[in-house]
Ligand binder design. Sequence first.
Ligand code: UDP
Length: 245
Amino acid sequence: MRIDVLGVGFDDISIEQATLRALEIMGGEERAYAVTPNPEIVWQSCKNTALRDALNSAELVLPDGIGIVLGAKILGTPLLGGRVPGIDFATALFEKMAESNGKVFLLGAKPGVAVKAGANLAKKHPGLIVCGAADGYFTDGAAIVSKINAAKPDLLLACLGAPKQELWMAENRDNLGAPLCAGLGGSLDIFAENVKRAPVFFQRLGLEWLYRILKEPWRLKRSLSLPLFVFAVIFMRLKGKAGRM
Ligand code: UDP
């Protein structure tokens, strides 16, 4: 059962449970993908049905931002597992994968970033195998899928930004050999240390979004969807349209 936030069904699980489920998928035969929508992505999906379908078709739908957790609370169907930031989910997975020489392929960001992120991750998680990396500005989709499949990853990080990564994962789920693919936005820029993650103080207060706006003011325009998301959630609550799906 999922918690419905403006048409997107979220899994009500903790980061530990999400990690265990992801490891189970990686050890099995199914082909699955994980998404980590924040309020901005959910708001986009209200106007983009292909995006909404791609989100709801994911095996794991994890609430990346505090806004989703608050939205679910306002709707009267709280997410008891709390938020699951995509970057923390990936880090928890890397720690577990390192124990058994798990293989990850990094796809996304500008040329050179994925390779740099891979070098940092391999250093930070001895045992984790970074089996390949490619930038997110490819033009030959079939060639990139072949390159990923040749590397035989257990996990593919698709960090192409929203909605590109969600649509790409939904379209390529059956072409990809990797059991699990996770769409993680700007995470490679952080793993490459090209972009600094918000200090723990901001993370604890659920204010990472504010830190990003302060550091990268061009994000302000994109963030205008935040108040619209909140208004829509309150409107749905007043209309009594909250619920589970
Ligand atoms: N990106 C990409 N291919 C594209 C468009 C974007 O690889 O065609 C990358 C971009 O370089 C950046 C990431 O996708 O590394 C999006 O980062 P952003 O911080 O905007 O995502 P968020 O974390 O906010 O979802």
